[in-house]
Design a protein. Structure first.
Length: 256
């Protein structure tokens, strides 16, 4: 008995990694639907063209034939309604994805990201509310910040040009507010597996939500041409459990 491929399994066949959160999974679903729809459109247009070539060629119809006005009007209406309905069908999930990303949610912490030529700087800012796991260490968190630069690891042979000396560590199943800007030129913070791609523009702060549903390491790169070393400022985000993240955070705060 044949097994039906899921959307995620189908996406892996065409080169997509396993989605790291719901946002990326919705993108994969939209891509799969668009691919299937475009395949049907392509086959339909191909069949119609083959039919027209076979019926209305010069050998079969030596005399020119014209459509009646009523037929022309009907075809005009169809050629407007059919493409418009397809666009609306694709527009609804696309707009839903955009609006879902703009919904305000309670975040676990805030990370400030600054793009430089050619590396990234990160600063962790913690939210000390009553439900925070850091409420037991208020003075430690208030008086210390986790700040570091993330630079290309030139000696790494595994995933060459994608490894960095310091990774961005985030807890899974939590929302992180990210504020991104640039110090010099336009950069772009992109992690495909998490469905993230936001430009870092000088003089402007862009805010977005970062999250991961699974533990693992996610690789990305600057995807905006930013100079001669554009290809050498990768991004590495590691999703870990809350306990592991707490241990890493306290260790970093104490070392700072």
């Amino acid at each position: 008995m044949c097994n039906i491929l899921t959307t995620v399994e189908f996406s892996s066949l065409i080169g997509f990694p396993k989605p790291g959160n719901d946002a990326m999974e919705s993108i994969v679903h939209l891509l799969s639907e668009m691919t299937i729809l475009m395949a049907f459109i392509f086959l339909g247009v191909l069949v119609v063209l083959a039919y027209i070539i076979d019926i209305y060629n010069a050998e079969t119809n030596p005399n020119t034939r014209h459509f009646e006005k009523s037929v022309e009007s009907t075809l005009d209406v169809l050629f407007v309604i059919f493409p418009t309905s397809i666009i609306i069908y694709l527009l609804i999930p696309a707009l839903g994805y955009i609006f879902n990303n703009e919904i305000l949610v309670e975040t676990f912490l805030t990370i400030d990201v600054v793009g430089h030529q050619w590396y990234w700087s990160y600063e962790y800012n913690y939210l000390l509310n009553n439900e925070s796991i850091f409420c037991e260490f208020p003075e430690l968190v208030k008086t210390h910040k986790i700040e570091f630069d993330s630079i290309l690891d030139q000696e790494s042979t595994f995933n060459r040009l994608l490894q960095v000396d310091k990774r961005v560590i985030i807890p899974v199943n939590n929302f992180i507010e990210v504020k991104i800007t640039s110090q010099d030129v336009i950069h772009s913070w992109a992690i495909p597996q998490l469905g993230i791609k936001y430009d870092a523009t000088p003089g402007r702060i862009v805010t977005f939500i970062l999250s991961s549903s699974i533990e693992g390491v996610f690789y990305g790169q600057c995807s905006e041409l930013c100079g001669v070393n554009h290809g050498f400022m990768p991004i590495v985000v590691k999703g870990v459990s809350v306990n592991e993240y707490l241990a890493w955070t306290l260790k970093e705060l104490q070392s700072n």
